[in-house]
Write a new protein. Structure first.
Length: 200
């Protein structure tokens, strides 16, 4: 997804009326593609797809098989199973990002999509932050205080690191579920300790 574009959501359900209803509910906020089978879903998926809402029980290629193909092929997309299948312990090994049990409302769908988009945003920021923090910690451990104080490059790196930390905090605040926010903050804090860098 490029900056300024609407996120692209692929709705996959073999019941055409269900898939079309979901699409109609979402099209005001997102760019929506629809697939009525697992095979069509894999044909429709492309680099522009951000989120897949995937039914589990479909004839032919099931949702579980579509999910496995998505992960095996390394497609960079978030997948929410949206299904009438009650979750069993088999879901522990399934590589989906969220699981929503039908029936679902428009707000359920939108909340799920927005949560997954926030997770993706956080993941990208976290990766950039850790790259920056790793460089920061390496220089901190290997350069003298005088050298660091006189380096414009190090000063810029420090500013970038601080800005990324603020962006991470802002992203965490987007989670309405406080449990999610707490978990992400703990991950962030553990990462800083692992890099040998903590708040002063």
């Amino acid at each position: 997804m490029t900056s300024g574009d609407l996120p692209t959501v692929l709705v996959v359900d073999d019941e055409a009326d269900v898939a079309d209803a979901y699409a109609a509910q979402l099209e005001q906020s997102f760019r929506v593609d629809v697939a009525y089978s697992g095979e069509e879903a894999l044909d429709t998926l492309d680099a522009e797809t951000d989120i897949v809402l995937l039914d589990r029980r479909m004839p032919g290629l099931s949702g579980d098989e579509v999910l496995e193909r998505i992960r095996t092929e390394g497609l960079d997309v978030r997948v929410a199973m949206v299904t009438a299948v009650d979750p069993g312990f088999d879901i522990i090994e399934m590589p989906f990002d969220d699981y929503v049990t039908k029936p679902v409302s428009r707000s359920d769908l939108v909340d799920t999509i927005e949560r997954l988009l926030t997770c993706a945003e956080y993941e990208d920021l976290l990766q950039d932050y850790y790259r920056t923090t790793s460089k920061y910690a390496t220089l901190l451990a290997n350069k003298s205080a005088t050298a660091l104080e006189n380096s414009e490059e190090f000063e810029e790196l420090e500013r970038k690191r601080d800005a990324l930390r603020e962006q991470l905090e802002d992203t965490v605040d987007k989670f309405e579920d406080r449990h999610f926010a707490t978990v992400f903050r703990e991950i962030h804090e553990r990462g800083e300790v692992a890099h040998g860098v903590t708040e002063e």
